[in-house]
Design a protein around this ligand. Structure first.
Ligand SMILES: [Zn+2]
Ligand SMILES: [Zn+2]
Length: 191
């Protein structure tokens, strides 16, 4: 009988030792897991607040974008309106310029018609011809010269005889009281 009770006693002691070991392992592991859970929870809280900050910024940006889009649309509308007005004004100016050119040509032709002076270029003092001294008129002012003289005005001779002649886009009318600038496109042959 005492053998049995000894066996039982030693088994009981053994179990208690195992339980204590298990219990201390359990406490340690639980502590580690709890602190890890706390760490992750804190991290989640911080990430969530960052996320809601981003959401707020997104809302602000979307609002700003729609405001800017509206402003852009309004500006585009103004630009379109201005362009329309500009096109109308340009058309009006073109019409005026065409009328002025026609009047200038008429005036110029009439004032020189029939006289000996009307058949001579006032720049080179040579008669107009059909080879290169075409009788021509500057449409911006209505003054007449031969085409050769007018075209020469667009070649800028280098004062140091550098071998390059530069083309210029505008020249001044050779009439001493005029000096209005004109382009090659403003030269019109009269006949
Ligand atoms: Zn001439
Ligand atoms: Zn002129």
């Amino acid at each position: 009988m005492s053998d049995v009770s000894n066996i039982i006693k030693s088994a009981k002691e053994n179990l208690e030792r195992q339980f204590e070991t298990f219990h201390s392992d359990f406490s340690r592991t639980t502590g580690v897991l709890r602190s890890k859970i706390q760490e992750l929870t804190d991290k989640n809280t911080s990430l969530t607040s960052q996320q809601s900050e981003i959401d707020e910024n997104v809302v602000k940006l979307v609002t700003k974008i729609s405001t800017l889009k509206r402003q852009k649309e309004n500006l585009q509308k103004s630009i379109d309106e201005n362009n329309e007005e500009l096109a109308d004004l340009k058309k009006e100016l073109d019409n005026f310029e065409r009328k002025f050119t026609n009047l200038s040509i008429n005036h110029s032709v009439l004032s020189g018609a029939g006289t000996a002076e009307g058949n001579i270029c006032k720049k080179c003092v040579l008669p107009y011809d059909q080879i290169e001294r075409f009788h021509s008129v500057i449409t911006t002012c209505g003054h007449q010269f031969c085409q050769k003289c007018l075209k020469q005005l667009f070649t800028l001779n280098n004062p140091f005889n550098f071998p390059i002649n530069q083309e210029i886009s505008e020249a001044s009318c050779p009439n001493p009281t005029c000096n209005r600038s004109f382009a090659q496109a403003n030269i019109i042959k009269l006949n």
